[in-house]
Write a new protein. Sequence first.
Length: 724
Amino acid sequence: MDITKIIDPLNDAQRQAVTAPSTATLVLAGAGSGKTRVLVHRIAWQIQVLGLSPHNILAVTFTNKAAKEMRGRIEELLNIPTYSMWIGTFHGIAHRLLRRHAQQAKLPESFQVMDSSDQLRVIKRLLNTLQLDEAKWPPKQVQWHINGQKDEGIRAKHTREGHDPYQRQMLAIYRAYEDFCERSGMVDFGELLLRAHELLRDDPELLAFYQQRFLQIHVDEFQDTNTIQYAWLRLLSTDKDNLFVVGDDDQSIYGWRGAKIENLYSFQKQHPQHLLIKLEQNYRSTSTILKAANSIIAQNDGRIGKELWTDSGDGEAISVYSAFNELDEAYFVVERIRAWVNQGGARSDVAILYRSNAQSRQFEEKLMATNTPYRVYGGLRFFDRAEIKNAMAYLRLMSNHGDDASFERVVNTPTRGIGASTLEIVRQVAREQGVSLWVASASLIDQGRLSARASNALKTFLQLVLRLAEQAEALELFEKVKLVVESSGLLAFYKQDKVDKGEEKAENLEELVNAAKLFDANQENPDSLPELDLFLAYAALESGDMQADDFEDCVQLMTLHSAKGLEFKLVFMVGVEEGLFPSQQSVDDIGRLEEERRLCYVGITRAMQQLCVTYSESRRLYGRESYPKPSRFLKEIPAELIQEVRIRAHVSRPAAVSAYKPERLTSSTSSYKLGQRVSHEKFGEGIILQLEGDGAQERVQINFKQVGVKWLMLSYAKLQVMAG
DNA sequence: TTGTTCCAGCTTTTT
DNA sequence: GCTGGAACAA
């Protein structure tokens, strides 16, 4: 047995963690301190030295990427297959449990997973049926409320009807939403976790089964767990003290989406005998960078406390550049990158990190202007694209006719003459009879309660889906997808669409067939569940990773949040200004301010060799010129670590932007005049306010007595000149 | 069905 | 000040 491979590459603290006895263990892992290595080697140790079967191990992460990496590294280290080991995201594992035990979880066998945009659509439709004004009940806010409740493990039935009208209405919406999901077999992300928790909690036999199976439970990024996730972990580990959690309270940056840093403290309280191991030796950054990071994070209260150190050298000072404006800032950064590349540095070792996505633009422009390849992270992922979602909706509908959200999505995509009024009737019947849109449509057709045209169109649609389902039955997964893409009419629809990037969309649809092929090849499916349902869930749960296309040597642009877990030799932290970073919305609340500070800590510790911080003396924000102060975080870096860049890379005081605005030209050919009284057959009497355009394009703005101000095309509107 | 105008909103993001 | 979505005119 070769344990040197497992033990030798570790430092003392890491080794202590890896070889720790099976007891509640908290590994406080600073940035760049080898956190993943500890998890991987710990699992390897348990298998190779303690003789555990991979079958007995559970490892939970937050992202698919992290899960994949962990599995890969374990396989590499041990050279054994790991398919029997449960490694995955909280959501992925919850999903697996629910699929396995759909019946006990009171879910239909082919329940569907909704992603957040699906969820938002459902909520919008729900508000509509409840006849609530979206302005008063913003769908986003409703979504936030519902997800918040689920994260806390609260269902509608747990909430007492209070007196606060707002709360009462929210509760009513939540209840209606739950009903809808129940009826149509839809499960959102929060529901996956909540349902999985309830499943184990309410079924002692099942719980005992999994408790006996998972002898060791490992949790990555524990500071990001929310209430229900931690509750779920505790259920599984009851009486066993077999939780091995790794996290860093200083890198908790997701409080705003329900992460409870308190879970770290509760863990310590609930396991008084727990083992606490701090990983403080950093293998990533220079001592200068670490000193800056330590000094900033020290400003926060209530930390468990640790200090990063390294035995590598001081390295270069931190450059701070005060830009004249945001263009100058971009210019400076791009110049620096050019110098780096000229000295033989790789572009992919360089990252530009910003607080908000909107900041990427000026950097993109400058990079483009200098022909520097770059890649912006974030944005639409493959499975989030409308054309992909449409294809998936057909597949879902084939698998589950009760999926109203998918029904709505594709009933008239591509257009087949099923208009809003027909749909409204269908919805109404569905509501009255408490059935799905599918069933309502079928009965409406049977009873001949629709116009012949609407009835036929609807019938064509239902038959299309039925036919697809029938034809797909015997096919391989990728053939099913191919069938749907081609026979639904989607592909043809996008191919003929010349204006709206239709070609690209058609290509994406073809790519979807490939994705299905790949999925099929990689899928283990130990529980032999329907592959189509698994693929659909995969699309919702793992929407990223499809865009890892070009391997070109690129500069990396991303938000500070998405940089977590990554490292770069040269890091630019830009826009480090009060109001931007920390964000204006966070400065009045100490808790949120501290989270911003942790974000700053995360940003700084991404840098391996060189860190460059920039701020601008003036910045255009929401269309207004602002003159922000340098961020307070800058002052928290000891001055001796900083080298201010004095020279202006480029004095780019912009020439005063011309105030010229083309005025709306008054049409000379018109027979109408300003102030002219006219009358319109539909809108009645009014007075001309403005004229523009010529000939067929000529338009007039008219203030109508009855209906107010409107723009009308003169060539269409039949206006009568009135005396007056 | 399509093209235009209007209007709110505006941190961070994974699953 | 820009952008995406809703509302509206044709």
